[in-house]
Design a binder for this molecule. Sequence first.
Ligand code: NAI
Ligand code: MG
Length: 326
Amino acid sequence: MTHEIAVIPGDGIGQEVTPAAVDVLEALEIDFEFVEADAGDAVAEATGEALPQETYDLAASADATLFGAAGDTAADVILPLRTAVDSFVNVRPATAYPGIDAVRPETDLVFLRENTEGVYAGHENRLHQDVSTLTRVVTESASERLADFACDYVAGDEHDGFTIVHKANVMRETDGLFRDTVRDVADERDVETDEVLMDAFATRVCLDPEQFDVVVCPNLAGDVLSDLAAGLVGGLGLLPSANIGPERALFEPVHGTAPDIAGEGVANPAATIISAAMLLEYLGYDEASDDVHEAVEATLEDGPRTPDLGGDAATEDVTRAVIDRL
Ligand code: NAI
Ligand code: MG
């Protein structure tokens, strides 16, 4: 069966790293049909719309989407795109690779971040000159859906349950509901959990990341803490992510458009290529996914490397090296 893959490079280095990941997918000779579409600052300037309807429709119908990054219009692009695939969980692995100069080389974490609500639900108001308010939304149904996904994720031998990160001691109603719901689902399914307050987690993960494995958290906490973990493993150029929905999914590097290096051809394609490996796994190509992961790991270890990792290679050189290893 042919899978349709939507490819949305966006702006800045999105235009460089997304084609690199597509080159890797093409090298696998799987029956994919790639359909490219526009989103971001450039198309907004040309048409007034950062996310054209046809791009939204493509993401909402393709089997999977590979997205690069958008600039100033990022929120206008990525939030609706996540809605297009009805994504309820953002999967963000933070793994330190051998040979990379990481703050904490022993880090090997996966964040499962709630992807639809919390403070990002979009209920913000400027009441008057002096006061703005924000309504934080937490539902039992979204928390349950995330918990079910987390339980499936840790099934098997590799993981001993997961850690729930929250701030229910202060946000008793919202994070209280989140924590209780996630814990109840896990208890019912015989999955082990422990819990850590999000501020304490920030300290503990820096001091000793090995005490954590799979981390389940609300939207904002997941956004911030996974970027913190990016710092532990050697930078944004290495972090992939997956936005998973019930029927389709969207894969993207955690980083943005990197305006400081855009156009120079030196962006690190690793995060996007690893995102593509997650796409392969999602579509059931487990072996191809493992192959891509291994090829990226070997390339990170032995080079060539882009300047963000201390090398002097171009995006193209790294991509070629990954493809050669496949
Ligand atoms: P950024 O991730 O674009 O860049 C931060 C730093 O990391 C820069 O020094 C950059 O050169 C470096 N970097 C990031 N990815 C890299 C890669 N693949 N290879 C080598 N170096 C890399 O974050 P920043 O500077 O905060 O945002 C720049 C623009 O990107 C903004 O307009 C922002 O709105 C947008 N953005 C978009 C996102 C998205 O579309 N999902 C996510 C984050 C930011
Ligand atoms: Mg972020």
